[in-house]
Design a protein around this ligand. Sequence first.
Ligand code: COA
Ligand code: NAP
Length: 299
Amino acid sequence: MSDEYKDPVVLRHVPSTAIFRDDIFKGKVLFCTGGGSGICFGMVRAIMAHGAHAAIVGRNAERLQKAAAELQQSGAHGARCIATPADVRKEEALREAVRKTVETFGRIDFVICGAAGNFLAPLEGLSSNAFNTVQQIDLMGTYNTMKATLDELKKTHGAYIHITATLHHTGIPWQAPASAAKAAIESLSQGIAVEMGPHGVRSNCIAPGIIKGTEGAERLTPKGAEDYISASIPMGRPGDVDDIANAGVYLFSDAASYITGTRLIVDGGALHGKSAWLPYPDSSLNQKEVASVVLGSKL
Ligand code: COA
Ligand code: NAP
């Protein structure tokens, strides 16, 4: 693999503030489940960098409080962040978190449903409680969050982003519970888009590929697989948290005001890279060598 391909500097993300004005979300309020860590923490940070206040939801109150303090430090235009601890499986706890958010900031414009649980386990090693636990956190958690915030979003003509995945777009071993849950969330999002469009509310999904430096990547990729994974991704690298954050800024911005009911896959082309039969990326970078083993090649 050429060094240029290993380090495709020109293909790296730029901060959203280099593209969008830093005050586009001034006066707006974000409610984000899973915002205390990983991908969703990065999304909240990016949206606050454009001026929005935020409330973040998770079960671990201490970690959440620390994350809220860190996020508040990095916000622009006086953006504030509060911790509203809740388990997304508990509808009343979520409603309380929403009440606290509206009491503090007066409104909710944007909702990210990002809380999730996942682990690698084969079907034969799953109990029904294990399967159900993932459905309860991912799918019912998304449903509960939507139900608790819908009235507020109708008032502000707001928008949802649900964080799904690409697992279920093909089928992948040892990930049946999360695949089933994320597929259902994408369906639910389409239902929200159709029923709530007439109220001015949008609903979309972001489907991340593998995002480095996150709990998900730690849990779901085998140790030592980074080179092999990078080689199968057309963009030549795993995603960064900021790649997903930038997609979130775009989908909440007015630039996406006609986009609803869809999913934005942010995976560096990984889904397509996986389907390569020829050696990859050599079929792009070392074509003569690959042609030598291809019957009838005229290269
Ligand atoms: N393989 C098989 N089953 C597993 C498992 C594994 N690796 N990990 C948990 N389970 C099973 C448990 O054994 C239990 O089933 P049982 O009662 O039949 O034994 C069931 O799942 C629930 O586990 P429990 O630990 O009680 O659930 P929880 O609600 O405390 O935690 C998890 C939920 C398991 C999803 C936990 O990993 C979590 O909190 N994850 C959040 C962070 C995360 O996953 N981040 C990555 C997002 S991609
Ligand atoms: P993460 O840091 O573990 O994020 C999950 C968050 O959800 C945590 O902050 C956790 O906080 C919260 N959470 C879990 N269960 C909860 C519950 N019952 N109630 C309330 N909050 C709960 O993992 P991540 O990798 O950044 O994943 C973020 C999202 O991206 C998830 O939806 C995941 O499926 C998706 N995704 C990740 C990747 C990846 O490569 N990382 C790829 C595709 C999709 P508490 O533990 O404090 O509750």
